[in-house]
Design a protein around this ligand. Structure first.
Ligand SMILES: *Cc1c(COP(=O)(O)O)cnc(C)c1O
Length: 231
């Protein structure tokens, strides 16, 4: 078995264990394979193992891979989205995880209408309030959702990136905070936000225990990233 196949099996087994431990159903969390810095041939091993959801940070890099991989791949944009990359993101992505301002949302909706596309959207929330990170402040998310511009794309949930140096206890708190914020917003605004995108290679089991519906896993599937190749 190819190493990527066995890595995927290991990750999927851990996902199932964590779901079971949390009293959740086997299909309650989806695996998004994060493919940044890996070439199409490497990614195709994950495709052959049955994965169809792939995530890229950078729209430029996404554009190089979309034409090479099969049509039924669902591409997710998970990195900070610059205004001038919105059209290529909207045209190529099934889901954008990094909506973090009213201006960006407005532009996505305008371009989605122009392009006749309806990507799923997630609002990225900076739960741990790190200065250096992207994402809307937790207090600003209600306004963003309550005053949404009309458009074909739908906000389906929330996303967060936990700090790399957080302890296990801190990770539980951060992921629980995103879930609690989601629950509060659903009730207060009477909307549905079914998706919680949280958890990466080193913390996806904790995220699942706290309610993640999408885990974004890169290095645990593809191995160590060598940024010198693409950057
Ligand atoms: C790179 C990245 C991931 C995957 O990280 P790993 O630790 O390799 O699993 C997940 N989410 C985002 C936003 C990323 O940039």
């Amino acid at each position: 078995m190819h190493i990527i196949h066995s890595n995927i099996k290991t990750v999927q087994d851990k996902i199932q264990c964590a779901l079971h431990k949390a009293g959740r159903q086997p299909d309650d969390a989806k695996l998004l394979a994060v493919t940044k810095t890996f070439d199409a041939q490497t990614i195709s091993h994950a495709y052959d193992a049955g994965l169809r959801m792939f995530g890229e940070n950078k729209v430029q890099e996404l554009l190089t891979k979309v034409p090479i991989l099969p049509q039924d791949v669902q591409w997710h944009v998970i990195g900070h989205l610059q205004q001038n990359k919105v059209r290529n993101a909207v045209v190529n992505a099934a889901c954008i995880h990094s909506v973090d301002s009213p201006q960006l949302l407005e532009r996505i909706q305008r371009i989605a209408a122009e392009e006749n596309k309806s990507p799923d959207l997630l609002v990225e929330v900076n739960v741990s309030a790190e200065e250096s990170k992207y994402g809307a402040k937790p207090d600003d998310v209600e306004d963003l959702l309550a005053n949404q511009p009309k458009g074909p794309a739908q906000i389906r949930g929330l996303m967060t990136v936990a700090p790399a140096d957080a302890t296990e206890l801190e990770l539980h708190h951060i992921f629980a905070k995103l879930r609690i914020l989601r629950d509060k917003l659903q009730t207060k605004l009477n909307i549905q936000l079914p998706e919680l995108s949280m958890g990466m290679s080193h913390d996806f089991e904790i995220a699942i225990e706290e309610g993640a519906t999408i885990v974004r896993v890169g290095s645990a599937i593809f191995g160590h990233r060598d940024y010198s190749i693409t950057h």
